[in-house]
Design a protein around this ligand. Sequence first.
Ligand SMILES: [Fe+2]
Length: 301
Amino acid sequence: MLDVAMVKFIGDNPPGNGRVFLYLLCGYLTDIFRLPKKPIFAKILFALLDKLFNIFGKQGDGASGKITDFSLMTVDIHSHLIPGIDDGAKTMDDSIFLISRLYDLGFKKIITSPHVMADGYTNSSETILKGRDDVRAAIKANAIDIQFDAAAEYNIDDSLYEKIEKKDLLPIAKNYVLVEMPFMAKPPIMGDITYKLQIAGYNVILAHPERYGYFYEKTFESYYSLKDKNIFFQINIAALAGTYGKDAKYTAERMIDENMVDFLGTDLHGMRHLDFLNDSLRSKHLEKILNYDKLLNKTLL
Ligand SMILES: [Fe+2]
């Protein structure tokens, strides 16, 4: 029933959140209707089926069901969609597929944010901007009506000092710089780096604060001390679907309830993350934050 192309596609995109049956259904329908046996068609068919099942799915934890996409968010500021330069999209086909799904989900603009870190993804501004231009050309060739730009997700490590000094940073629009930290331990230089960024004229956005155990395990008040230092918070949408565990979900929901969230982000890396985005549409907290008038995503269009 499953041909080689389909098996390769499944191997590259392992199923998440109980969607194995959708993959099997894809293979079955491909055979029955004699559809082209290419990974790109498998991906499109999978996405269509996934959307269909979500429309008829239950509404989860109390969401009204009025939110069916992310058009209220408008702009995504966190994703990994330049192929081959970090742990996100591997090929341009992957990038185009993911971007077209974001378009289907209501986004009008993507500001993608490849990892930049001293140990691992040592991307420069040049490699990121070259990748951005390549993806833009592919978006145009595929006639997808979406704006595409690139910034970066900077890991807080020693290499940032030189970048700040040289002003060699790719901000999200309006001088917002997106930073992340290791999940295991808070870097001692965090306060110093964020201060230096602010002195240099940048607004600091902390990516997925709900995922740092050393904050939420200590006390939720740690987050207020970051807000006191004018750090902007961007939570990951998938946290609301429980993708990163119950502690991250609780923390993200509490941040929404206490009006601490400035930005949302997809942090989209691959196919599995699309499942998580779809799952989050059933969250009443997603509905709440998308209707929050101080959510800043849409101001960056
Ligand atoms: Fe990320």
